[in-house]
Design a binder for this molecule. Structure first.
Ligand SMILES: C[S@@+](CC[C@H](N)C(=O)[O-])C[C@H]1O[C@@H](n2cnc3c(N)ncnc32)[C@H](O)[C@@H]1O
Length: 970
């Protein structure tokens, strides 16, 4: 290893180099052993270590330091002499030779080594591939020595260059050791293909098949050379029946992929190493994160231009080589060809920097040259196709089938497009709603345009009552609600549609329809219904959200509702209660999807007992059939009892609708958690949904569960609620909403305060967040700009955030400069662009230009005071003007007004123009009257006078001081 190489190659003077110097190691590679030992801890208890290829002795130093200090043997072997190291014996030998073995034997006598190390690397020359091959040979030679000198259970640690032979080596290691692991220590350069394999637990077999340590067998090619004419793979099996290697006629394929470029016989597959890149689909190639790709030992590759032009896989070659040269005569001829432009030459000179466009240009160039050289005959391919392809005439039936298929495809495509369009429209609408850009009524009106009319048609409605009174409505035989035909007479069609739409959830969606999107059994109508249903859910939720933000009372209402439910009272809908209340509330909740008011409590109470009983039964059943019930929660329950339905009328179904529409998220969650993966989780669905007593989801789940069997009883309190909150509900259940009004008013006030607090808190949090993750650094701005400009994807950013060093900055006595350096550089360095820096600067400037809040406030206060003062002065002036009593003359009035106005303009003092002092010196000496070039007031000062005045002041000062001292002395 020459001195020059050390200083220049691969930027050798890196931190490990510096650290090695600082800690007195002979080579930076010492840290590789330090790190390997930190991981596997093989040195601490070792009594005897053999280090093969040990010069200049870095590893020996580490071994001497980390092994037990007494009675340990450390032997280092290398081709070159190693300067003496305390406690180490060094030998100058070639580890592949018999003499080395003998020397070691002589040194070791009957001892066995605990550890054999090998860090051998052939001297790096230009023939990379050859070097690599020698390295694996060296590894095998070192293994041979290890096998001879290692004690059973001992450790062998070797460097290997990752190549296609790597796996063969691993296979051999695995035959001889119990545990084989490959590691790339942090101090090993990323650009280096080296990797360290630590083999622990030497098996020390009594007899080892010599072929296992013979490179000829171990590294014999298994790929193309292994295929016989029939394409069958020929492999040789050792005595134990293990596949050792290909042994076909002792033929070894060249490992140099470029060597095959001239061979026309071999296919692209043979030529290309696994690194073959398709320059037009680079993402298909997965790069090896650590070291080189298998079988690819060099980063830099070259080929001749003519090789590429002749090659059957030009794209593959483009992806593989770094540069193409015009080195031979036939290449040089190309230089004279006008097709070989300067641009082409430049592109061929460095292929790694090219983009898609350049590659296309190169391929075009290649085609043109091939034609020029007569390698390709230009043929009209189209004609060829016409000539060669016999198209069998289709019979009529096939034609029809094909036509039908095409039409069906078109239709499906059209539908999909339409659906997307509607969805987009809906999303826009939701956004508008969230931004308060539309009235809640708009939802329905917009939908009316987009949806088929029949979707909203409840058919003939009867009952003749207003929506509030639809309890008189009845269900038809399908369980569908029927409303009176003359309902809402005089109301315009649009509002009727809106109402109908609100009631839309009444429509019973078939079970499973929601989760079988592509099911063929689902009819178009059902699908439409489902979509409508989902969109309504979405719209409703967004509307609720908007409303919630606008109207804090809504929270109180919700609380009331929850409380009512907790108390075990029936859900009476927001705004139900006494009639008067009901009216008021229903007005308030206009635009809500609130169900119609419930039947009077009298009506209900008659059924209460029965329903409670029913509820008990259903609960018990639900416990038994929990999984089934859970499944049932996901979908609206079918209407079972027609009579019961009729008795409850539209009301009950609307409640279902309410459940359906208000908790679409819960339903989605229920569907999600119904998947088999979540089955058997402790706590069940409720715990997953975070269901507290007052949880909407649970209400829904309960509702759906019991709805199946018992209709309204679904709102009956659960057993737990009964037990835990019996007392409370006894007290409170008597309270009507009216009775509880004062409490709610207080609540409202508190809510308002809480809202303000929450807002402030939110603002503070927002500010903190901006300070933390805002675009305050150039790096962040760069990333943001790259994301916006689509130069980088989110995934890429996330990927770049991790690296193999993320968690390794070892302590043990390392100097702080080193640790600091590690922490700084073991991260992905985010590039900073000029634009980003400029953007940050602009932002900062804009920020600085803005006055701080307090200054702005003070200025505003000042301005306000001034306005008030002027206003006051104006009034005063008006008073003076209108004053007739004091008998002021006009002149006096004017003077007074001027005085008042002057006062109001500032401090009241009229600013006098400043006097200019002119020294009577030079041209001004002895001048009488105004000196030249002086405007305004002035005062002539004699320089003599000036001096005298100063002298007098000085004297006065001195006198003052001396009189002060005298006084003190006395
Ligand atoms: C990377 S250096 C080893 C560095 C060493 N582990 C240290 O920490 O100082 C590789 C060494 O392998 C030696 N080497 C290469 N081929 C060899 C062979 N056939 N026999 C012995 N040593 C060899 C070279 O002379 C070279 O010094």
């Amino acid at each position: 290893m020459g001195k020059d190489q050390k200083k220049t190659g691969k930027g050798r003077l890196d931190k490990w180099y510096m650290l090695a110097k600082e800690q007195g190691y002979r080579a930076r590679s010492a840290f590789k052993l330090v790190q390997l030992n930190r991981k596997y801890d093989f040195l601490a208890n070792a009594k005897c270590v053999i280090d093969l290829c040990a010069a200049p002795g870095g590893w020996l130093q580490v071994a001497a330091k980390q092994m037990p200090q007494q009675n340990s043997i450390i032997i280092g072997v290398d081709l070159v002499p190693i300067k003496p190291i305390p406690r180490c014996v060094t030998l100058v030998e070639d580890i592949t030779t018999e003499s080395c073995r003998r020397a070691l034997r002589a040194e070791m006598k009957d001892w066995k080594a605990d550890v054999v190390l090998h860090d051998g690397a052939p001297n790096v020359g230009s023939a990379w591939v050859q070097d690599a091959f020698t390295q694996v040979e060296l590894v095998l030679a070192s293994l041979k020595l290890a096998v001879e000198f290692l004690r059973p259970g001992g450790t062998f640690c070797t460097k290997v260059f990752r190549s296609k032979d790597y796996n063969s080596l691993l296979w051999v290691f695995n035959q001889l050791f119990t545990k084989v692991e490959a590691t790339k220590p942090a101090s090993s350069r990323n650009v280096s293909a080296e990797i360290f394999v630590t083999c622990q637990g030497f098996l020390a077999p009594a007899k080892i098949d010599p072929r296992m340590l013979n490179p000829k067998f171990v590294f014999a090619e298994v790929d193309i050379a292994d295929e016989d004419d029939s394409g069958k793979k020929i492999t040789e099996v050792d005595a134990e029946g293990n596949e050792v290697a290909s042994a076909k006629k002792g033929k070894q394929a060249s490992t140099n992929p470029l060597a095959k470029l001239d061979s026309k016989a071999v296919s692209t597959k043979d030529v290309m190493t696994p690194t073959t890149l398709n320059v037009f689909a680079p993402e298909k190639h997965r790069k090896q994160r650590e070291g080189y790709d298998d079988g690819d030992m060099t980063l830099y590759k070259e080929c001749r231009v003519m090789q590429w032009i002749r090659h059957p896989d030009p794209i593959g070659v483009l992806g593989m080589v770094t540069r193409m040269r015009f080195s031979e005569d036939e290449d040089k001829k190309l230089l004279k060809n006008p097709l070989t432009t300067g641009e082409i030459k430049a592109c061929l000179d460095d292929l790694k920097v090219l983009g898609k466009k350049d590659f296309k240009m190169l391929l075009k160039y290649r085609l043109a040259i091939r034609e020029d050289l007569g390698l390709d005959v230009k043929v009209d391919q189209k004609e060829d196709v016409i000539e060669n392809v016999d198209i069998e005439p289709l019979d009529e039936e096939e034609q029809i089938t094909q036509e039908l298929e095409r039409l069906a495809r078109d239709e499906a495509l059209k539908k999909r497009r339409e659906r997307r369009r509607v969805n987009e429209k809906k999303a826009r609408e939701v956004q508008r709603m969230q931004l308060n850009m539309g009235a809640p009524m708009d939802i329905g009106l917009e939908q009316q345009d987009g949806m088929a009319l029949e979707m909203f048609d409840l058919g003939e409605v009867e009952g003749g009552k207003e929506r509030r009174g639809v309890s008189g409505g009845r269900l038809d035989s399908d369980g569908e609600p029927e409303l009176s035909g003359d309902e809402d007479e005089g109301a315009d069609a649009a509002s009727k549609k809106v109402r109908d739409q609100r009631q839309q959830p009444v429509q019973v969606i078939p079970d499973g329809a929601l989760d079988q999107d592509d099911d063929d059994d689902v009819t178009d109508d059902e699908r439409k219904t489902r979509r409508l249903e989902e969109s309504l859910d979405l719209l409703y939720e967004s509307y609720q959200q908007t409303k919630l933000e606008r109207d804090h009372k809504h929270k109180v209402k919700q609380q009331r509702l929850k409380r009512a439910l907790e108390e075990g009272g029936e859900f009476k809908g927001i705004g139900s209660g006494s009639d008067a209340d009901s009216d008021a509330e229903s007005e308030e909740s206009e635009g809500d999807f609130d169900p119609a008011p419930q039947p009077s409590s009298d009506e209900d109470s008659s059924d209460d007992d029965e329903e409670a009983e029913q509820a008990e039964k259903t609960k018990a059943k639900a416990v038994d059939t929990a999984p089934a019930a859970k499944r049932a929660r996901a979908a609206p329950a079918p209407v079972e009892d027609e009579e019961e339905e009729k008795a409850d009328g539209l009301l009950k179904t609307l409640k279902k609708g309410k459940v359906l529409s208000t908790s679409a998220k819960s339903r989605q969650a229920a569907m999600w958690f119904d998947q088999p993966a979540f089955k058997g989780l402790p706590g069940g669905l409720e715990s997953l949904l975070g269901g507290g007593d007052d949880d909407d989801d649970e209400q829904e789940a309960d509702g759906a569960e019991s709805d199946e069997e018992m209709g309204d009883a679904s709102w009956a309190p659960s057993d737990e609620e009964d037990g835990a909150e019996e007392e409370e509900s006894d007290e409170e259940s008597d309270d009507d909403f009216d009775g509880a009004r004062p409490t709610f008013e207080e609540d409202e006030a508190m809510e308002e305060e809480a809202d303000i607090d929450a807002q402030e808190k939110e603002e503070i949090e927002k500010a903190e967040r901006i300070a933390k993750v805002g675009l305050t650094t150039a790096e962040a701005m760069t990333l943001a700009q790259q994301l916006v400009n689509r130069e980088r994807t989110k995934t890429q950013l996330v990927d770049e955030g991790f690296n193999r060093h993320t968690d390794v900055v070892g302590g043990d006595g390392l100097p702080t400069w080193f640790i600091d350096d590690e922490q700084r550089h073991f991260r992905h360095n985010i590039p900073v662009t000029k634009d980003a820096v400029q953007a940050i600067r602009d932002k900062q400037r804009a920020l600085n230009a803005r006055p701080i809040k307090k200054v702005a406030e003070a200025k505003a206060r000042k301005q306000m005071r001034k306005i008030r003062r002027i206003e006051k002065a104006r009034n005063k002036a008006q008073g003076i003007n209108d004053d007739e009593e004091n008998g002021l003359t006009e002149k006096e009035k004017a003077a007074s007004i001027a005085k008042v106005l002057a006062k109001s303009g500032g401090t009241g003092k009229v600013k006098r123009p400043e006097k200019k002092v002119v020294v009577a010196r030079g041209a001004n000496r002895g001048i009488k009257g105004r000196p030249k070039g002086v405007k305004g007031k002035y005062k002539m000062a004699d320089p003599r006078m000036k001096k005298e005045v100063r002298a007098l002041k000085r004297i006065a000062k001195r006198d003052r001081k001396s009189s002060g001292r005298n006084k003190a002395n006395k």
